[in-house]
Design a protein around this ligand. Structure first.
Ligand code: SAM
Length: 270
């Protein structure tokens, strides 16, 4: 994810990026200028301020969500607003007795997934939770990512190791029913035994990653099930993949705004 709170990487014009773009770069397209431009976007500034306030609040609030947030916050890049939506999503599928597993594509160090598992346990429920990731960090973006110049700087970042994530789930005693699937979504999703999905969290940042998740898994989401997107606001490729997919399906489904970047939708037909 493009996280404005991350320290700015040291960026030099990259020949590979220029080649992908199919031409010489201009100063307007220089990644440093683009990052600075985005950080000045009033919506990003407001979102960062709201996020900081929420992070502070959840450190002291006695609410159920806040207590779970405090357990996972060091293991996640997701904002409190997006984590809260996952928390509510898990409760929603349980309370509405939706059939199906919980799935996260892009778990990194496991924080958002652990939040889902801890929420399930609080509800006294057991469901399979599938976690898909390279566990080697972000793959390279492709020419389909409109912000390729910035995106490719993050290749290999957001890395969570499989052992580290397993250890986290073991320590929280929520590893039962968790399927860890290592590899590229493109390779692992089509081969998985996944059948019915109640809640799908797509947090893969790039166009191709989000596209393959939707193409492979959307039809497995049960009517009334939830699909949550982490990167719709931060990464243009993620947004493009979602918009293209929904347009291709002829669905005009409203995306619910969670914060600057997060969106969710309810699959119709319940
Ligand atoms: C922003 S991180 C996920 C953050 C995580 N949900 C959290 O709680 O912090 C994105 C993750 O998606 C994974 N990823 C992106 N594209 C992928 C792909 N095509 N195949 C497998 N993993 C992918 C990366 O390895 C990375 O761990």
């Amino acid at each position: 994810m493009f996280d404005p709170s991350m320290s700015e990487p040291c960026i030099q014009p990259n020949p590979a990026a220029e080649k992908q773009r199919g031409g010489a770069g201009s100063r307007q397209n220089h990644p440093v200028k683009e990052i600075l431009y985005r950080l000045r976007d009033p919506e990003v500034v407001a979102d960062t301020a709201i996020r900081s306030a929420a992070e502070a609040w959840h450190l002291i609030s006695p609410s159920e969500f806040s207590s779970l947030y405090r357990r996972v916050r060091r293991h996640t890049m997701c904002s409190p607003a997006r984590l809260r939506a996952l928390h509510q999503g898990v409760k929603y599928v349980v309370q509405n007795r939706l059939d199906g597993d919980l799935v996260e594509c892009g778990c990194a160090r496991g924080g958002s997934a652990a939040l889902m598992a801890l929420t399930l346990r609080r509800l006294g429920q057991r469901r399979d939770l599938w976690l898909f990731d390279t566990f080697e960090g972000l793959p390279a973006p492709t020419a389909d990512d409109p912000d390729y110049e910035i995106a490719e700087l993050f290749t290999g970042s957001c890395r969570g190791q499989l052992d580290e994530v397993r250890e986290l789930f073991g320590r929280y005693e929520v590893a039962d029913g968790v399927q860890f699937v290592k590899g590229l979504f493109q390779d692992t999703l089509p081969l998985s035994r996944l059948d019915r999905i109640a809640l799908l969290h797509i947090d893969g940042d790039w166009y191709e990653s989000v596209r393959v998740c939707l193409e492979t898994l959307y039809d497995k989401v049960v009517p009334g099930g939830i699909i949550q997107f982490d990167d719709y606001g931060y990464w243009k490729g993620a947004r493009k993949a979602v918009d293209e997919f929904l347009a291709r399906r002829g669905t005009n489904l409203p995306l619910k705004r969670l914060d600057y970047s997060g969106r969710s939708l309810l699959k119709p037909g319940a």
